[in-house]
Design a protein around this ligand. Structure first.
Ligand code: PLP
Length: 442
């Protein structure tokens, strides 16, 4: 691979943009060797030096159709021929809003009513406000390792070491290496109880003491942001039961899983229906767009104006068109494209497992349709907790993904792989060839 042009651009970029645009979890090494993309097509990206990559990052999730899906591009071009990029969310609407809303209600089990926003971060805050407004209670519950956006009240933190204690969050860079930030509002971490995931005992104990003060429990059904940790059998059902018992709003964060796992998201996959759910990323196939959906009785508070959720770009008409087009493509043949993607993904996952076994590299390759993880060092078949992750080997991971990238395969730095409908068997063949070469050197 050549890197002359990207090497030339890197210092110029870094001089203007400290930390890049989204300065989260980017290894230092990558900041000194930035990649500038100039072309995209299907599963492929090309950089400014002409290097070609197979892309398993897919913009961190949105590109469920792959890059420049012909029908998607045609729809957006056609839209721009006659319509404005923005028309004013509070006053004007498009007929497509209704079409999109109806599709969402059809596919998402909890969806009766909908509110459109712009990003996952925003829509999560909307969910928190709505649930507080609905229950008239102050606190919420969230879980270690789950990610819900960059704002002060949901980003990392270390929870109260006293399991019986009130919300008491602290910023501690020694413990919270990944999400620690300075500059947080002083009381932001005291808004929520941060609990270990999959611990029924801790959840029950917290609710026994503070159940009447908790407005919502917000969580990722499958913890895609933390090595794809699965819910222990019965745990999601337990959250459902406890939310009903205590009158708490159950809120599933589907920003990654929505329209990626399938048309009904993680809630359909897991078979448990929350009260509300947050969507973003894949919903609009790459244009910034997000949605809060859920029970009509709860979202009705926006209609009553008891809860406000304004925004200049809410319901952005280009985003609506993008989402409508994305869902129209995904729902064909009763969602048959998901089966096709899952077949290709399975070939890839099985191939990686086979190579790792042959090369004697310990790695757990696991995931759900649309997204999977290579968890290096771990020899267990399934992971439910931090304890199950004890063997995780960061050095092995770091000897894998940069080498894969240098050979033209883009995987997320943490070992996460996002699939798209554009990945083919030929992509898998090439990826496995590179993985074999890489693991041979590890
Ligand atoms: C589960 C989840 N919720 C919320 C967010 C925040 O979304 P955004 O980055 O669009 O603000 C993310 C982003 O990765 C996410 O994975």
């Amino acid at each position: 691979m050549r890197h002359d042009r990207c090497q030339e651009l890197t210092p110029k970029f870094n001089a203007l943009f400290p930390g890049g645009h989204s300065n989260f979890r980017v290894p230092f090494e990558a900041t000194q060797n930035r990649i500038f993309i100039v072309r995209a097509e299907g599963s492929r990206l090309w950089d400014a030096d002409g290097n070609e990559y197979i892309d398993y990052m897919n913009a961190m999730g949105p590109m469920i159709l792959g890059h420049r899906h012909p029908e998607y591009v045609r729809a957006l071009k056609g839209y721009l021929d006659t319509m404005s990029t923005s028309i004013g969310s509070g006053v004007f609407f498009t007929p497509a809003d209704i079409e999109l809303g109806e599709k969402m209600v059809t596919h998402i089990p909890c969806a009766e009513k909908i509110k459109f926003c712009l990003s996952g971060t925003e829509v999560v805050q909307m969910a928190i406000r709505l649930a507080r407004g609905y229950t008239n209670r102050p606190y919420f519950i969230r879980f270690d390792g789950h990610y819900h956006g960059w704002l002060d009240n949901v980003l990392g933190g270390v929870s109260n070491p006293d399991p019986q204690g009130r919300p008491f969050g602290i910023d501690n860079p020694d413990i919270d290496l990944v999400t620690f930030t300075r500059g947080r509002a002083v009381h932001a971490l005291e808004e929520s109880f941060l609990l270990p995931w999959n611990s029924e005992e801790r959840l029950v104990a917290t609710l026994e003491k503070y159940g009447d003060e908790v407005a919502l429990i917000h969580f990722e059904g499958i913890v895609c942001n933390h090595f794809g940790i699965m819910p222990r059998p019965g745990f999601i059902e337990k959250i459902r039961e406890l939310c009903t018992t205590y009158g708490i709003v159950m809120s599933m964060d589907e920003v990654i899983t929505g329209f990626r796992l399938g048309l009904g998201g993680a809630q359909k996959y897991l078979g448990v229906t929350p009260d509300i759910a947050t969507f973003g990323k894949a919903l609009a196939g790459g244009i910034p767009f997000a949605a809060l959906t859920g029970r009509g009785e709860i979202l009705q508070l926006f209609e009553d104006r008891t809860v406000l959720g304004p925004g200049t770009f809410n319901g952005h008409p280009l985003g609506v068109r993008a989402a409508l087009t994305t869902l129209s493509i995904l729902e064909r043949d009763n969602g048959g494209c998901y089966d096709a993607m899952w077949r290709v993904q399975n070939r890839l996952m099985n191939g990686l497992r086979e190579i790792a076994k042959r090369r004697r590299i310990p790695v757990l390759v696991h995931g759900v349709p649309g997204v999977f993880h290579t968890v290096f060092g771990v020899t267990k078949d399934v992971i439910y907790s931090e304890a199950d992750m004890e063997e995780f080997d960061l050095n092995l991971l770091y000897s894998f993904w940069p080498k894969m990238q240098e050979e033209g395969i883009i995987v997320m730095a943490g070992g996460r792989w996002y699939m798209s409908m554009a990945h083919t068997d030929a992509d898998v063949d090439k990826t496995l060839e590179v993985a074999d070469k890489t693991m041979a050197q590890m």
